[in-house]
Design a protein around this ligand. Structure first.
Ligand code: BGC
Length: 479
């Protein structure tokens, strides 16, 4: 199954339209200096007003599914279900109905980072009340859209919330007050909120709606360098545990954090002479509640790095230091995107195999994979085609040769969109969007045509001039 994806804040615009409440990203981008060129998602691709055009483009691509996110403050302007905004609800109803009318399956993310500001005002993800509040939002969405939506993702990349929001503090809410603690507390609450929503679905909706629920985790592949030092191999495993296992181990294994994390954070906390580990502890009851709360494994993959072990000094407290590793780029790998990310297709195959081994061969959906180019005008985007071709090829190897239980692949992204701290600089879209024109015209890139060919042939198309396609032609003539 080939899908396409977007997220609410990155494409919708209409930031205060029809009674929508402000999100933490609205306020953050409205403060000068936070985003490259002070760009905002106020209008973005204007998808709030251009749903029909988006639907038309999706249909032209012949995707079977479209992953998008709901904006919590568009539905509940103050974050709570006493403030239902029917305009927002209707927008999503129209979008879902429009997709289904074209045989495109909606895959819906409940939370892609745009928290209602009113909930940040009560402490955001540090406040344990968020478990209840997220559940009541999720419950409303299952109830309202679940007759038609059968694939739910509770959180997109929760690590971005805890690590970028509460440790590196480059994303809102830029929380810097409790380094080395806050991010672990936030993840603890997010895991409970995810589990709570999963159980709500199980208890109230699964029997009639028959959908699946999961969360999307982003992981990089890391290659030990040099490979023959076992401490580097251990550092690589630790990295994967800190990045993906932090969420996946409790959910897909035993309800608890990975041993590598418990050991590292615990040990360092002891050396720091703290009374207990900075990594919070789940009760047995909580472990039982969290274990098994995902029906499929959803992975977002963008890049790979080289990794070495290191022993870090004890202060300042930080997530980075807790991992005791050094990450490097291999300069021979092509730079693919913004922020010096490297395109490493074989890393995806290795990562899929790691997930297969680690979590007992779960059904896997790749819920994001893509590349951001810096050139805005490039419609003939050969390098993006190369990225997709090489990555999908590795995915097919994982599926056909390694027995990875792969169920779907989602390309990031449908349109050029607001790329968080990078504003509109990085162009991930299969469609170019002209952000200088008020009507935000969309133009399909060559990669969009290529992707639709992949969908049509359910695999990588042969190039016209390929000797292989010539071979097929000859074979068909002689048979
Ligand atoms: C995020 C997207 C983002 C993409 C490219 C992913 O980690 O989920 O929102 O646009 O990365 O940077």
């Amino acid at each position: 199954m080939d899908f396409l994806i977007s997220s609410a804040y990155q494409i919708e615009g209409g930031w205060d339209a029809d009674g929508k409440g402000p999100s933490i990203w609205d306020n953050f981008t409205h403060t000068p200096g936070n985003i490259k060129n002070d760009e905002t998602g106020d209008i973005a691709c204007d998808s709030y007003n251009k749903a029909d055009e988006d639907l038309y483009l999706l249909r032209a691509l012949r995707v079977n599914s479209y992953r998008f996110s709901l904006s919590w403050p568009r539905i509940f302007p103050d974050g709570r279900n006493r403030s239902i905004n029917t305009y927002g609800v209707n927008y999503y109803n129209r979008l879902i109905d429009g997709l289904l009318a074209q045989n495109i399956t909606p895959m819906v993310t409940l939370f892609h980072w745009d928290l209602p500001q009113a909930l940040q005002d009560i402490g955001g993800w540090l406040n344990p009340e968020m478990v209840e509040l997220f559940d009541s939002y999720a419950d409303f969405c299952f109830h309202t859209f679940g007759d038609r939506v059968k694939f739910w993702i509770t959180f997109n990349e929760p690590i971005a919330i805890s690590s970028l929001g509460y440790d590196l503090a480059v994303f809102p809410p830029n929380y810097k007050d409790d380094p080395g603690y806050a991010l672990y507390k936030v993840t603890h609450i997010i895991l409970k909120a995810h589990a709570r929503a999963y159980h709500t679905y199980d208890q109230k909706y699964r029997a009639t709606q028959k959908g699946v629920v999961s969360l999307s985790l982003n992981m990089d592949w890391v290659e030990p360098e040099p490979l023959n030092d076992p401490r580097n191999v251990e550092a690589a495993d630790r990295y994967l545990q800190f990045m993906g296992g932090w969420f996946a181990h409790p959910i897909f294994k035993n309800g608890d954090y990975p041993d590598a994390m418990k050991w590292k954070v615990g040990n360092r906390s002891e050396l720091q002479k703290l009374p207990s580990s900075r990594l919070p502890v789940f009760t047995e009851e909580e472990k039982e509640y969290i274990r098994g709360t995902a029906d499929v494994f959803c992975l977002n993959y963008y890049t790979a790095k080289l990794i070495k072990h290191k022993t870090t000094k004890l202060r300042p407290f930080s997530y980075e230091d807790d991992q005791e590793k050094v990450l490097e780029n291999d300069s021979s790998w092509p730079t693919s995107a913004i922020d010096n990310m490297r395109a490493v297709p074989w890393g995806l195959r290795r990562l899929l195999n790691w997930i297969k081994e680690e979590y007992g061969n779960p059904p896997i959906y790749i819920t994001e994979n893509g590349v951001g180019l810096k050139s805005k005008s490039e419609v003939d985007d050969t390098s993006k085609i190369f990225f997709y071709k090489t990555h999908i090829d590795e995915v097919l190897k994982a599926y056909n040769l390694d027995g990875v239980n792969l169920k779907g692949y989602v390309a990031w992204s449908f349109l050029d969109s607001f790329e968080w701290l990078n504003g509109y600089e990085a162009r991930f879209g299969l469609h170019q969007v002209d952000f200088e024109k008020p009507s935000r015209p969309r133009t399909p890139r060559t990669s969009a045509i290529y992707y639709s060919e992949i969908i049509r042939q359910n695999g990588i198309p042969f190039h016209q001039g390929d000797s292989l396609s010539l071979f097929h032609l000859l074979a068909s003539r002689t048979s």
